[in-house]
Design a binder for this molecule. Structure first.
Ligand code: HEC
Ligand code: HEC
Length: 347
């Protein structure tokens, strides 16, 4: 099954690069020489990312990696993508509710972990962006994040001889453009895959759950999986889970994007993979522990017109069930990506 999917994907990539070559607009982009296979983990659905428009290559990946860690993408040089997206926290900000940006200002939301992005086609807690390529320009230009103008970024990159070589290797000529920068960053980010937690090993028959984890899994399937379904642990929808409006941030979530009253206070259901190392939690990082998240579903759900019907009466657990559920959530942790040297700062 897995090999069949990989094969199909290769065919898509090949036919896609044919289209690219025959299409005038993208004529100048010749993908790097070393095609990278994108392996779909066991049990995962086919990815949504359009690889035909941006074939994954080693040269593109390495350029994306360089850019992701490069402070010159920010105004004062101090805020590369990686300053908020830390590899140890699966490329999220750990230990801070909101992340720090230019002039030590705070971002408006908690920086989410970045992984399994090839299975998403909407980004940000409110789904403002429809592609990874589009998304990258947002943090660069935001005054409280990287605070830089795109034109300045391109000028800085053009002044560095090394980048000319890298762009040439990744896209066929040494022309440095916004589109190529976006494509390279996207290649690096779609490669951030995590699918080797204890849960995955159990599914493959390579490990067994403890009794706690097994009971927690059953509770999870009964009470949480309707919004956080396996294997991605999110159904990608936007829901209001009854979090009290944060008076400082006044963040109405999905409403800001659609303008529809019925979307008020709805936020994207996040994946729960690696959740034990991506604290603090929720779009504004208001909860510091898994226990407080579970406590939320039991005792803190605010009633309101857009509250998800599944949560009208809350979801309640006794204290031993909480222990079981947390044991299961911890079994979703995978250190493969956090320890992978291919994703370290390049030297
Ligand atoms: C100052 C901190 C900060 C910096 C620097 C930063 N980000 Fe982010 N990033 C965030 C925050 C906060 C969010 C959540 C935005 C939201 O939901 O509104 C986010 C969200 C994202 C997402 C969406 C993930 C998802 O699943 O929806 C991607 C992708 C991303 N950032 C990539 C990047 C890239 C690429 C760069 C560098 C060009 C970058 N970020 C720089 C803080 C930062
Ligand atoms: C009605 C849909 C729904 C149900 C049911 C649900 N969740 Fe959630 N969950 C969400 C949404 C939406 C968010 C994000 C809210 C936000 O960011 O403001 C979330 C966030 C979380 C977070 C924080 C993750 C992070 O990275 O910030 C945890 C932990 C969590 N849920 C665990 C659970 C558990 C455990 C259950 C079962 C008891 C559960 N959820 C049931 C929709 C749901």
């Amino acid at each position: 099954m897995k090999w069949r999917l990989i094969l199909i994907l290769f065919i898509i990539i090949l036919s896609g690069s044919f289209v690219i070559h025959s299409c005038r607009k993208d004529q100048e982009d010749v993908p790097g020489k070393t095609l990278l296979a994108f392996t779909i983990p066991n049990g995962f659905p086919p990815p949504l990312y359009n690889f035909s428009k941006n074939p994954l290559t080693e040269e593109g990946f390495q350029l994306g990696r360089m850019l992701f860690y490069d402070g010159r993408l920010s105004k004062d040089g101090h805020y590369p993508c990686a300053s908020c997206h830390h590899q140890v926290a699966v490329f999220g900000t750990y230990d801070h509710d909101l992340s720090h940006g230019y002039n030590d200002q705070h971002s408006n939301r908690n920086a989410p972990a970045l992984f399994n992005l090839a299975w998403k086609n909407e980004f940000h807690a409110d789904g403002k962006y429809k592609s990874l390529e589009e998304e990258c320009l947002d943090p660069i230009q935001r005054p409280n994040q990287m605070a830089e103008e795109i034109g300045n970024v391109i000028t800085k990159l053009r002044n560095d001889e090394h980048y000319h070589h890298m762009f040439k290797a990744a896209f066929g000529s040494d022309e440095i453009t916004i589109e190529r920068m976006e494509k390279a960053l996207a290649q690096f980010m779609v490669s951030m895959i995590t699918a080797n937690s204890k849960y995955d090993q159990v599914k493959r028959g390579a490990a067994t759950f403890t009794d706690y984890e097994q009971r927690g899994y059953a509770l999870f399937q009964a009470k949480c999986a309707s919004c956080h379904p396996e294997p991605l642990f999110t159904d990608m929808s936007y829901r209001n889970i009854g979090l009290k409006l944060n008076d400082n941030l006044k963040d109405f979530g999905r409403l800001v994007v659609t303008g529809k009253k019925e979307d008020s206070l709805k936020f994207r259901v996040p994946s729960l993979r690696n959740v034990s190392i991506t604290y603090p939690y929720m779009h504004d990082g208001r909860y510091a522990s898994l226990n407080s998240c579970i406590e939320h579903y039991g005792n803190n759900v605010q009633q309101g017109t857009t509250l998800d019907p599944l949560l009208t009466n809350g979801i309640h657990f006794n204290s031993s069930e909480v222990i079981d559920l947390v044991a299961f959530l911890r079994a979703l942790t995978d250190s493969t990506l956090t320890k992978d040297p291919r994703f370290y700062l390049a030297h």
